[in-house]
Design a protein around this ligand. Structure first.
Ligand code: HEC
Length: 425
């Protein structure tokens, strides 16, 4: 019992230490906005290590049981039961369920089911699951400074600690099943060999290249990646370790999601400017495509088998399609509208899938390109709803991998194929 207590305290300290890099802005945002109450001080002590306290006031609000389950996915307070109970009492009293950001859910004919895994290290911001050829699922535990692997057959999980300060934003897999992560806080790209557990670290060649973000391999085995705040796109050749970087034409474009088209050109979404970027894979010269409306910001994109570039217009709550042959751009308002902040996107099963991260619950949305209609579902975390999908990718057999960053969940969406024709338009 005593030992267990010590371990839990140690774990708590470790987590808080892992998250201190965030605490400067968290403390600044400690707010008078939370209602006074005996336990406010406790909340301010325990709940700002990883994120601002405004997460609480902006949340869906919960019953006692759900506040308990939600906080238990972030922090273990079982070593201090009185403090824990005061915090839960406070949250239950001041933040019961609300409808402040309730999504518009659209029913339809497609059936899906969710399979969830709760990952081990608490509050790690589990995200960006990706399937390897052997069927295992890898994820990034950004705030836990780790990457992890799930065996979906046995449900076994293993977490690999990364070199200090890496804070991986994403993971992707090469043809030899090595797992590559982007060291978002220490300006590195890393390669884990799961057979040996060995990690090879590649430093950025330029000090301005501070934040590798999302990465993807092309068919020649070249790793392409974005650096959001550095406003750069990078290219890493795993054969030589050589890294080349190029800056975006417009300052503050914040390159974010990245995908490769069938002819080997990387395409990048701009999260700070109304643009998409097409990269010449040989010269690394960049073509900027201007999207409609100056307030447009795009987190991510995906490319359909017919060559269409699909993107989320995150800032304006729209789904977009760019036709690279004709230059034509179409946009559709998402079901939950302008505040829905669509975030992750993937083309799967002949349809477009994305989520509405501005809503609570965060819905998963499917867009049928032929009928131009939407269908959506609330994404569960066990018995309740919390968190955001920040990146989604298909499995090799046509299902979809998502996650909920607040509840330590990696989730597989099993898509039961519809009887209707969903061929791409
Ligand atoms: C060890 C890190 C950590 C600690 C400590 C922590 N959280 Fe979190 N929390 C997270 C992560 C990770 C997220 C998801 C953030 C994201 O995706 O940007 C989150 C998100 C949230 C959300 C938003 C849920 C939603 O709607 O998406 C709420 C509410 C929340 N936390 C409450 C709390 C409370 C209350 C405490 C203190 C008892 C706490 N957190 C302590 C890691 C932590």
């Amino acid at each position: 019992m005593f030992n267990q207590h010590i371990t839990q305290e140690k774990m708590l300290l470790k987590l808080i230490a892992a998250a201190t890099f965030l605490s400067s802005f968290s403390i600044a945002a400690k707010s008078a906005e939370l209602p006074q109450g005996e336990a406010l001080e406790l909340v301010e002590t325990h709940c700002v290590a990883c994120h601002t306290i405004s997460r609480i006031s902006q949340s869906l609000g919960y019953s006692r049981e759900d506040w308990q389950a939600l906080t238990e996915s972030m922090i273990d307070l079982s070593g201090a039961p009185e403090q824990r109970d005061s915090i839960i009492n406070y949250l239950e009293k001041n933040y019961p369920p609300n409808t402040n950001r309730i999504p518009t859910i659209i029913k339809g004919e497609v059936n899906i089911s969710f399979q969830e895994w709760v990952v081990p290290t608490l509050g790690q911001r589990s995200r960006d699951p990706v399937a390897a050829a052997d069927g295992s699922i890898w994820w990034a535990g950004q705030w836990g400074n780790l990457i992890g692997q799930i065996n979906p057959v046995t449900n076994e999980m293993r977490e690999y600690p990364l070199p200090p300060g890496s804070m991986p934003h994403s993971v992707t897999i090469d043809v030899n099943d090595n797992v590559w992560y982007t060291g978002n806080k220490n300006a590195t790209i890393g390669k884990l060999n799961p057979q040996t557990g060995k990690i090879v670290v590649y430093d950025m060649p330029d000090s301005s290249a501070r934040d590798p973000h999302t990465a993807v391999f092309d068919a020649n085995g070249i790793l392409w990646f974005t650096l959001q705040h550095a406003n750069q796109i990078g290219r890493l050749d795993p054969q030589t370790g050589d890294i080349k970087l190029v800056s975006l034409p417009t300052a503050g474009s914040r390159p974010y999601g990245i995908k490769i088209d069938a002819s080997g050109h990387p395409w990048v979404a701009c999260n700070g400017h109304n643009c998409l970027i097409k990269v010449d894979p040989v010269t690394m010269s960049l073509g900027e495509i201007e999207l409609p409306h100056k307030d447009t910001k795009v987190r991510r994109l995906d490319i359909a088998s017919n060559g269409m570039i699909w993107y989320v217009n995150s800032s304006r709550g729209r789904l977009g399609r760019y036709n690279p042959q004709t230059g034509k751009i179409d946009e559709w308002p998402t079901p939950s509208g302008s505040r829905s902040h669509p975030y992750a996107i993937a083309v799967v099963d002949g349809a477009i899938w994305f989520n509405e991260s501005g809503m609570r619950p965060d819905p998963l949305v499917r867009f049928d390109t032929k009928s131009e209609t939407f269908q959506s579902w609330e994404i569960p975390s066990g018995g309740f709803y919390a968190g955001i999908v920040r990146h989604m990718r298909p499995t090799r057999d046509g299902d979809l991998l998502i996650h909920q960053s607040a509840t330590n969940r990696i989730i597989k969406v099993k898509i039961n194929k519809p009887a209707i024709d969903t061929s791409l338009k």
